[in-house]
Design a protein. Structure first.
Length: 243
DNA sequence: CCCTGATTCGC
DNA sequence: GCGAATCAGG
């Protein structure tokens, strides 16, 4: 196998997404993990958290990123292999999208309060000992960046607070509910599970992907970490096509 | 042992 | 340029 532009592209993409060399090699096929590493280096792609590369001498990073190579999930959750070979040039499974910015992390599970929801979830009676606001920068794709010390995903799963019927009210009539999902409509969540207006995007998908073209653009971000983002890197899913 | 990425070096 | 062999840390 030779390094065609396509394969190089894929290598760059996957490498930037934090896939291991082995995973990339398997995905590309016909190459060994050594080949992938070698190529990555020749391309100038470089050193993601490497287990062997000790960090700098002397001053260690205050909040070390913790390599954790095994199953630990770097930003893009890469499902471990052990799967049927994927013929399609698909990009792993959808990383957890960031449907709505949620500036206030949920300290403790808010009580369901089944009675009269006064301020719904707006009221946060729990007074954390340190109510320091958390400032987060917004990445190029619109995602929230983590602070160096932050451990949790910037997009907490938003625990369901109550169960709602699929379509309880008229204003949900045209919203796509969970029960209506199929592989032809965009599954991008809008709102949060458990909230009354939680629904899914529902427009036609980008063929071969779980989301529409627009949300694919959010879900599948080409490598951010590298400095230059200017020349829009070829989207893993083939780029926006209006259909 | 397994895994990882880095590096070397013959091709 | 390529990648197997090797190195070295987790």
């Amino acid at each position: 196998m030779s390094w065609t532009d396509e394969r190089i592209d894929k290598l760059k993409s996957l490498w930037g997404q934090g896939h291991t060399a082995s995973q990339i090699a398997e995905e590309l096929g016909g190459v060994s993990r050594n080949a992938v590493i070698g190529k990555a280096h020749r391309l100038g792609l470089e050193s993601r958290p490497s287990p062997v590369k000790g960090n700098d001498t002397a001053a260690e990073a205050p909040a070390a990123p913790a390599p954790a190579p095994k199953e630990a999930a770097p930003p893009p959750p890469a499902p471990k292999a052990a799967e049927a070979p994927k013929p399609r040039p698909v990009v792993a499974e959808a990383p957890r999208p960031a449907p709505a910015p949620r500036p206030a992390p949920i300290a403790a599970a808010p009580a369901p309060a089944p009675a009269a929801a006064t301020g719904s979830d707006a009221d946060a009676p729990v007074v954390p000992s340190t109510p320091q606001p958390v400032y987060r920068s917004i990445g190029p794709g619109g995602f929230q960046r983590q602070q160096p010390g932050e451990q949790q995903s910037p997009i907490p799963p938003a625990p369901p607070r109550r169960l709602v019927p699929a379509k309880p009210s008229a204003d949900m009539a045209d919203k796509t509910s969970l029960l209506e999902l199929n592989d032809r409509i965009c599954k991008w969540p809008l709102g949060h599970p458990g909230e009354p207006d939680f629904h899914f995007c529902g427009v036609q998908v980008n063929p071969g992907f779980p989301y529409c073209v627009q949300h694919c653009g959010q879900a599948y971000q080409a490598q951010m970490p590298r400095r230059d983002r200017r020349p829009p890197p070829p989207m893993p899913y083939g780029g926006p096509r209006v259909r």
